[in-house]
Design a binder for this molecule. Structure first.
Ligand code: DC
Length: 231
């Protein structure tokens, strides 16, 4: 195939928990040779730090201070996007259910969101990056060259989350996973600042009844045409 000029893009992938954002983002990242910025991991890191340093999840000023001072590094190890904060690997620690809840709570606080905004923009500004989260296409990178809103039914999303937690040895039930996820969805989409919402110019992708391969293929086709069109 002849070489075609391509531009390295910022690709925004937003959507609710369990829609498949992480799996899709990893596949896109490796197919395109891009970097992956998992913005949820930043909110999770703030929640983890707060728990360790006994900062209450309601202490907005204290949490914003933690967020503003966060030193973070992502690196791929096989297909795991590992995260280090202050040089310590917290990849597993930030996935615990209580940290999921904490991240959802701290992410509803405007000062925390503001404190993480510059960090996210700095990490993504050079392009060639897939950025996954809730407000990437609406707030963090409103000028992203490719935007997707990935979703799936709540039953499907809860089943995926349940399987993932069980595989990690967590003793959880399906019903509690479903109800925690619905609570989290509610909080994420009802908050006053940067709620979870589809950007007007984002492509809606429903992964409920489709394989990962099909979803990734559709997204890759779109991204590749944008890379060429914008070169
Ligand atoms: O994607 P995740 O489950 O790792 O995200 C953890 C929490 O952080 C989730 O409740 C929503 C919040 N979040 C956010 O508010 N904005 C983002 N850009 C990413 C995550």
């Amino acid at each position: 195939m002849a070489d075609v000029a391509r531009r390295s893009l910022v690709i925004a992938i937003d959507g609710p928990a369990g829609a498949g954002k992480s799996a899709v983002s990893k596949r896109l990242t490796s197919a395109l040779g891009y970097r992956l910025l998992d913005t949820g991991a930043l909110y999770r890191s703030v929640a983890l730090l707060a728990q360790r340093r006994s900062v209450e999840w309601t202490d907005e000023t204290g949490l914003a201070e933690l967020a503003g001072a966060l030193e973070v590094n992502f690196r791929f190890d096989g297909d795991v996007n590992r995260i280090e904060i202050f040089g310590e690997d917290v990849t597993e620690g930030i996935r615990k259910p209580e940290i999921s809840t904490g991240a959802s709570v701290v992410s509803s606080l405007p000062m925390v969101r503001q404190a993480l905004l510059d960090l996210q923009r700095n990490l993504g500004k050079s392009g060639g990056v897939v950025v996954e989260g809730r407000d990437v296409g609406t707030v963090v990178f409103p000028a992203a060259e490719a935007k997707f809103y990935l979703t799936a039914s709540d039953q499907v999303r809860a089943q995926r989350r349940y399987d993932e937690l069980r595989a990690n040895g967590e003793e959880v039930g399906f019903e509690s996973t479903l109800s925690e996820m619905r609570e989290r969805d509610e909080r994420d989409s009802q908050r006053a600042v940067a709620p979870l919402v589809q950007a007007e110019d984002a492509i809606l992708v429903d992964s409920s009844n489709r394989s990962l391969d099909e979803v990734v293929e559709e997204m890759l086709r779109h991204v590749r045409s944008r890379e060429v069109a914008l070169a």
